[in-house]
Design a protein around this ligand. Structure first.
Ligand code: SF4
Length: 467
C-alpha cells in the first residue's frame, strides 16, 4: 500500500494564499544558497535546529544555518525519504528513532561515502557543514544526539551544544521567582556560543549588528502575531495547510528582512481577502484547530480534503513559535544577548499566569482554550507522529483536559436574535496517526475515513446546537 502511494503521482496541495504558494522557491533558494556558499567558500555553514534562539548570532557572524530538520522535511514532502531512512537502518539505527534524524544520517553517510551529493538529491542536497550546533532543550534527544551520530561520518566537524532550559510550570509558584537564575544560565550559554562561532569563523562579534538583528526579529514576532490573528475572521482567509508553508520564514528565516517583508505582504493579502469576504473554503461550515503534532509532510493534501468538506483551519499551535513581545512581562535591557535570553523565557512561560488562574489547568491547555475562543473553533485535530516523541507526548492528555471544560452538557447559549436558547457546547477531537516523513506509516484511505467520520460528528453537534 505505502509503496503504491509513493509511486503514485502525488498531487501538490492547493494553497489559499499567494504568500504560501511562494514558499517553494524560497526554500529551494536557501538550500541552493548553502550549496553555493560551500562551493565558493563565501560563508561558514552550521548544521542546526529550529527554535534555538540563535539565528541572530549566526547571521551577525555571517554564518549560514543548514536546517537539518528542514532538509529531512523536504525529502518527506517530495516522498523521497525512504532510501535515506533505509540507509540509516542499514547502519544500525532503529526506525523507531526520530525519522528526521534517520533521514539526515542516511543522507550524510551517503554523501560522505561518495564525496559528492547522492544521486538525484532532493533540491540539490544538504551541504556539508563546517560545524554543528546541537541543543539540549525541550527533552528532544535527537537535538543533542543526532549530530554526535553524524560525527561518525564527519569526524573533523566540531559540535557546540547549547543548553536552553526554562522553568517548568508549577501551579503554586510564580515562575518569576526563579527565572533570574535561568536567565543568567542562558546568557552564559549564548556567550559560549558566540565565542565558539568567533573561533570557527575567525570573526569578532559586531554587537551593534547583533542588536539590529534582534530588533528585526522582535518586530517580526509581533507582526506574525498580528497577521495570524487576522485568520480569526469569518470566513477564515488562510488555513493551517498554508501555515505549514508560512512556517518557513517563521522558523528558518527569522532575523532577516526577507521574513519581515514576507509577513508584511501576507498581512496585506489577508486584509484584502477579508475585505472581499474570501475564505479558505467557499462555504465555511466548520472551523477547526490543528491542536498539536508535526504534520505528515507527504500528505499535506489532506488539508485540501478537509477543505472539500467545508472545514477550515483558522489556527494551529504547531510552528507558531512566537508570542507578542509587548505582552511578555520581561525586563528591558540594552544588551542583545540578555534580551535573547529574556525573550526565550518570555515565550516558554507565556501561558503560565493564565494556567495558574484555572485550577487543574496547564499552559498548553490554556493556549488551546484561548485559541478555541479567539478563533471560534468547532473541533480540534491533532496528529500523533510516531517518531517524534518530543512534540507529541501529552497531546492526548491535553485533549482529555479540554474535554473536562467543553462538556457535551446542555447550556444556555445566545441565539442570533440575542435571546438565550438551550444548546450544547462541545468540542470534538480527531487524532490522526502516521509520521512526519515515514510514508510507510500512512494510509490515505484510513486517514480519509477518519476525517469523514469526524465531519459527521461535527455536523451532528452543529445540528444539536441549533436545535
Ligand atoms: S524528535 Fe521531534 S523535535 Fe526532535 S528533531 Fe526529531 S522531529 Fe524535531
Amino acid at each position: 500500500m505505502a509503496e503504491e502511494q509513493q509511486k503514485k503521482k502525488h498531487k501538490k496541495r492547493r494553497t489559499a494564499t499567494k504568500a504560501a504558494a511562494s514558499i517553494g522557491p524560497m526554500v529551494k533558494e536557501f538550500i541552493a544558497g548553502t550549496i553555493r556558499a560551500r562551493e565558493e567558500g563565501t560563508h561558514k555553514l552550521a548544521y542546526t535546529f529550529i527554535v534555538c534562539c540563535h539565528e541572530e548570532i549566526l547571521y551577525a557572524l555571517d554564518v549560514l544555518p543548514v536546517w537539518t530538520e528542514n532538509f529531512a522535511g523536504v525529502c518527506g514532502a517530495k516522498r523521497d525519504a525512504e532510501r535515506f531512512l533505509q540507509r540509516a537502518e542499514s547502519l544500525g539505527f532503529s526506525r523507531s528513532l526520530c525519522t528526521y534524524a534517520l533521514c539526515g544520517l542516511g543522507f550524510d553517510q551517503w554523501r560522505e561515502e561518495l564525496g559528492e551529493m547522492p544521486p538525484d538529491a532532493p533540491w540539490g542536497g544538504q551541504a556539508r557543514p563546517d560545524f554543528m550546533i546541537s541543543s539540549g532543550q525541550i527533552l528532544c534527544d535527537p537535538r543533542s544526539k543526532w549530530y554526535q551520530a553524524a560525527q561518525q561520518f564527519m569526524p573533523d566537524v566540531p559540535i557546540y551544544n547549547i543548553d536552553l532550559p526554562y522553568p517548568l510550570f508549577d501551579p503554586k509558584r510564580d515562575h518569576r521567582e526563579v527565572w533570574g537564575y535561568y536567565h543568567k544560565y542562558i546568557v552564559k550559554e549564548l556567550r559560549g556560543l558566540i565565542a565558539f562561532v568567533e573561533e570557527q569563523t575567525g570573526k569578532k562579534m559586531d554587537y551593534d549588528r547583533l542588536k539590529e538583528l534582534v530588533e528585526l526579529s522582535d518586530k517580526t514576532w509581533n507582526l506574525i502575531e498580528e497577521t495570524y490573528d487576522l485568520r480569526a475572521a469569518v470566513p477564515c482567509p488562510m488555513g493551517t495547510g498554508d501555515a505549514m508553508n508560512t512556517m518557513v520564514p517563521l522558523c528558518f528565516k527569522m532575523a532577516t528582512q526577507e521574513a519581515y517583508d514576507f509577513f508584511l505582504n501576507l498581512r496585506e493579502e489577508l486584509k484584502e481577502k477579508i475585505a472581499k469576504g474570501e475564505g479558505e473554503v467557499p462555504e465555511e461550515k466548520y472551523r477547526l484547530m490543528w491542536g498539536g503534532g508535526l504534520p505528515a509532510w507527504y500528505a499535506l493534501s489532506d488539508f485540501n480534503y478537509f477543505n472539500s468538506k467545508g472545514a477550515s483551519f483558522p489556527v494551529e499551535t504547531t510552528y507558531r513559535m512566537v508570542a507578542p513581545i509587548h505582552e511578555m512581562d520581561i525586563p528591558e535591557t540594552d544588551d542583545p544577548v540578555e534580551h535573547l535570553a529574556w525573550r526565550w523565557l518570555g515565550y516558554w512561560t507565556f501561558w503560565y499566569d493564565k494556567a495558574r488562574k484555572r485550577p487543574g489547568s496547564e499552559p498548553d491547555v490554556e493556549r488551546l482554550i484561548e485559541y478555541i475562543e479567539r478563533y471560534k473553533i468547532d473541533g480540534v485535530v491533532m496528529h500523533e507522529a510516531f517518531s517524534c516523541r518530543t512534540w507529541h507526548v501529552g497531546l492526548i492528555w491535553q485533549l482529555h483536559q479540554l474535554a473536562k471544560i467543553y462538556k457535551p452538557i446542555p447550556v444556555l447559549m445566545l441565539g442570533e436574535d440575542g435571546k438565550e436558547k438551550p444548546g450544547k457546547r462541545e468540542i470534538p477531537s480527531l487524532i490522526l496517526e502516521s509520521d512526519i516523513i515515514d510514508i510507510t506509516s500512512y494510509s490515505e484511505v484510513d486517514t480519509r475515513n477518519k476525517i469523514d467520520a469526524f465531519i459527521e460528528t461535527l455536523e451532528s453537534i452543529k445540528k444539536s446546537r441549533i436545535g
